[in-house]
Design a protein around this ligand. Structure first.
Ligand SMILES: O=c1ccn([C@H]2C[C@H](O)[C@@H](CO)O2)c(=O)[nH]1
Ligand SMILES: [Zn+2]
Length: 141
């Protein structure tokens, strides 16, 4: 099934919110701020940034911070995510762990890979995580 089309105004809003969220990143070790903004099925936008830790492995990516925040706020149905970092010369995708965590909430995500200047490339979770392992395989659909 193809991912749903999203109103351009909403896309721009989502992109602007992920750029804002990047400014909140707590990344003293990597100095690599990342911002994410999730569009929920009911039209809310929930943001996240990476939160690092002196015990490096405890770091949480921006995408997963946003997902966890969204779930706490009662959202489980999602439409899109915009993600940004400081890399200017090409579009950067979420790490593998984040792709898997997005898949937990369905394969229909639209993903906007966003550069710091606000330009973006649209892709999808389907494209970023082909042949996924998902809740379906555990009979949880
Ligand atoms: O998808 C990703 C990949 C990396 N990071 C963060 C984790 C770490 O704080 C920094 C460098 O890896 O970037 C994210 O937030 N999202
Ligand atoms: Zn990640």
């Amino acid at each position: 099934m193809a991912a749903p089309a999203i109103d351009l105004i909403r896309v721009k809003e989502l992109v602007a919110k992920c750029l804002e969220a990047r400014k909140m990143a707590y990344c003293p070790y990597s100095q690599f701020p990342v911002g994410a903004a999730i569009l929920t099925a009911d039209g809310a936008i929930i943001t996240g940034c990476n939160v690092e830790n002196a015990s490096y492995g405890l770091t949480v990516c921006a995408e997963r911070t946003a997902i966890q925040r969204a779930v706490v706020e009662g959202h489980r149905s999602f439409t899109a995510i915009a993600v940004t970092c400081d890399i200017k010369d090409h579009f950067v995708g979420p790490c593998g762990a984040c792709r898997q965590v997005l898949m937990e909430f369905g394969g229909q995500w639209v993903v906007y890979l966003t550069k710091p200047d606000g330009s973006y490339r649209e892709t999808s979770l389907e494209e970023l995580l082909p042949l996924p392992f998902s809740p379906r395989h555990l009979g949880k659909d």
